[in-house]
Design a protein around this ligand. Structure first.
Ligand code: DOR
Length: 453
């Protein structure tokens, strides 16, 4: 085995929500593992180490994204494992769970093996495939869940589509209990959402666009909670977007059900108003126009009331984690009318900068934000992710260095991701990833690391 050079990270503000540590200090990495975390580590005593001056930077565990679309195999013109993992590294994510709406779908062992092999060949961060709940994601027949579990999937989902058949969902949840892997459901009652392209409300009416009522999501969240109670299965509710969904999950958790839930950065920061007007609360004037298809996402952007409820839910732990739902698309899928455009936002490279706005506006503490990007998703995924969620000695050296004060302007042309579809293009954000380390190797370094402008 070839040994990796050690890395000494000095003078950083280490924030490790898992152990409750928040203080200045040094970290020593050797051969892929954090071997020491101390207020000061004497560099003169070390040989063959790369020294990284993290003065003024936050040092925290690398982010775990339990919901993203890497598009490979099948849609390599939208994203590949190579570009998606590099975009992740640029965004501070060290572990990705990739959704199975690929072609072929991840419903058999060969595709799982393919993704794992491709990750070894082309990837720069860890990638864990999520297997389909149903064959071909069609909703009619359960996939071979046990075979997929043995092959290494970390969850099951038909994401992009819901598991609409209640009996299939019941069976899947029953198996999830035995397999000890979550079912991440994209909750959407098609009979209510069919034809809709944005959140239903006054804005959709004004724009003349078909809306998707909040009830389309909430009806299925309520169904899934009932089925989780019936089966004792491991339910994870993907991308919550409405106040009603937060209330349902809160009530279920209060009753002792061990379900989990996620929220996406765009649902925490943008509202449906952004489809109507180039003005938005966070970034002021944006260069984009009304009917900007980069705002089209599923679930859709909703109202400020929903945003407030999602932030409250994130704060009080009803929502366990933030997941990106990174959904890169090619230009042709977005340079069409709003109704024809594909759903999805390219998120990996803007997540940290946009989420930091919640910290600066006093709506979320920094340690809660980091917790929901590290400890939260690791909890959903289970014990095998424990090694990646903290900066304690003897854990995996997956970490990220962030300049919390750095202002930068989003330029989607500079994205590493093939997906340039972001409603934040042109926005000025504060908070930028400076370095990402996976398994003790520097996989991304911002040109100005170590210093501040
Ligand atoms: O906006 C979305 N895009 N929501 C999904 O659920 C699927 C995703 C995609 O695959 O493009």
């Amino acid at each position: 085995m070839v040994s990796k050079p050690g890395i000494l990270i000095t003078n950083g503000r280490i924030i490790d929500p898992c152990s409750g540590y928040d203080g200045n200090g040094d970290l020593l990495i050797n051969n892929g593992t954090i071997v020491a975390r101390e207020t000061h580590i004497e560099k003169e005593s070390l040989s063959d180490v790369i020294i990284v001056d993290a003065g003024g930077l936050i040092v925290c565990p690398g982010f775990i994204d339990l919901h993203c679309h890497l598009r490979e195999p099948g849609f390599e013109y939208k994203e590949t494992i190579s570009t998606g993992t590099r975009a992740a590294a640029r965004g501070g994510f060290t572990t990705l769970c990739s959704m199975p709406n690929t072609e072929p779908a991840i419903d058999n062992v060969a595709v799982v093996d393919y993704i794992r092999a491709k990750t070894v060949e082309d990837g720069v961060v860890r990638v864990w495939p999520i297997g389909c709940v149903t064959k071909g994601r069609k909703g009619y027949e359960l996939s071979e869940m046990e075979e997929l579990a043995i092959a290494g999937v970390v969850a099951f989902s038909d994401d992009g589509d819901p598991v609409w058949d209640s009996n299939i969902m019941r069976l899947a949840l029953a198996y999830s209990k035995d397999l000890d892997l979550p079912i991440s459901n994209h909750c959407q009652d098609h009979t209510l959402s069919k034809g809709g392209v944005m959140g239903e409300g006054s804005v959709s009416t004004r724009l003349g666009l078909p809306g998707i009522p909040a009830a389309a999501e909430e009806a299925m969240v309520a169904r899934d909670i009932a089925l989780a109670e019936l089966t004792g299965g491991k339910l994870h509710v993907a991308h919550l977007s409405t106040a009603g969904s937060v209330a349902l999950v809160r009530e279920a958790k209060n009753r002792g059900l061990s379900i989990t839930a996620e929220v996406c950065p765009h649902h925490l920061l943008l509202t449906d108003e952004r489809v109507l007007t180039p003005y938005d609360d966070i970034n002021g004037m944006s260069p984009n126009d009304s009917y900007d298809t980069s705002t089209k996402v599923y679930p859709p952007l909703r109202t400020s009331n929903d945003v407030r409820a999602l932030i409250d839910g994130l704060n009080d732990g009803v929502i366990d984690c933030i997941a990106t739902d990174h959904a890169p698309h090619d230009i042709a899928s977005k340079q069409v009318t709003y109704e024809e455009a594909s759903f999805g936002i390219s998120v990996l490279e803007t997540a940290v900068g946009s989420l930091c706005q919640l910290v600066y506006s006093g709506q979320l503490s920094l340690s809660t934000l980091i917790d929901r990007l590290t400890v939260g998703p690791a909890k959903v995924l289970g014990a095998q992710f424990d090694a990646y969620k903290s900066l304690e000695p003897n854990t995996a050296a997956d970490l990220v260095l962030i300049d919390p004060d750095k202002e930068w302007t989003v330029d989607s042309e500079l994205f590493v991701s093939k997906g340039r579809n972001t409603p934040l293009n042109g926005a000025t954000l504060r908070g930028l990833v400076q370095m990402t380390i996976v398994d003790g190797e520097i996989v991304y370094q911002c040109p100005d690391v170590g210093g501040k402008e």
